[in-house]
Design a protein around this ligand. Structure first.
Ligand code: 5GP
Ligand code: ZN
Length: 116
């Protein structure tokens, strides 16, 4: 859990309101905000408010809440019917750069597959 001045997690600081972010939606346990460097017309990050490093560290209920918020974002962004992608980059080979678990919600254009 986040302790001001003790941890230095970027996304915990966004949850704490110490770093500004464009919030899309919020629940008791999750926060969705726009990626600062969007890779698609819709690029939103959904995080648990509680600090966990990676998707494997989430209990199933919290993981489900993150997914439910991601789907809510897809609906509110108007990409639920055209299609979208949910991505959890995990660890070194997964390209994770922020070690507070986050689900990328990407859409608004045709996405290529496979990723690089
Ligand atoms: P990762 O590479 O760990 O899967 O994704 C981290 C994401 O966080 C990247 O897409 C990056 O653009 C985004 N990001 C990094 N710093 C910030 C920030 O300060 N604010 C926001 N909104 N997004 C950030
Ligand atoms: Zn954190």
């Amino acid at each position: 859990q986040y302790d001001a001045g003790v941890t230095d997690c970027l996304f915990c600081r966004i949850v704490a309101g110490e770093i500004p972010a464009t919030v899309v939606t919020e629940t008791d346990t999750t926060l969705a905000f726009r990626d600062i460097d969007p890779k698609a017309p819709t690029h939103v990050l959904v995080i648990p408010k509680e600090h966990h490093q990676a998707v494997g560290d989430l209990d199933p209920a919290l993981a489900g809440q993150v997914l439910a918020t991601a789907h809510q974002v897809a609906k509110s962004e108007g990409i639920d019917s055209s299609g979208y992608r949910l991505v959890f980059n995990t660890g070194r080979d997964g390209g994770q750069t922020v070690f507070h678990v986050h689900c990328h919600v990407l859409g608004g254009r045709a996405l290529t597959w496979p990723p690089g």
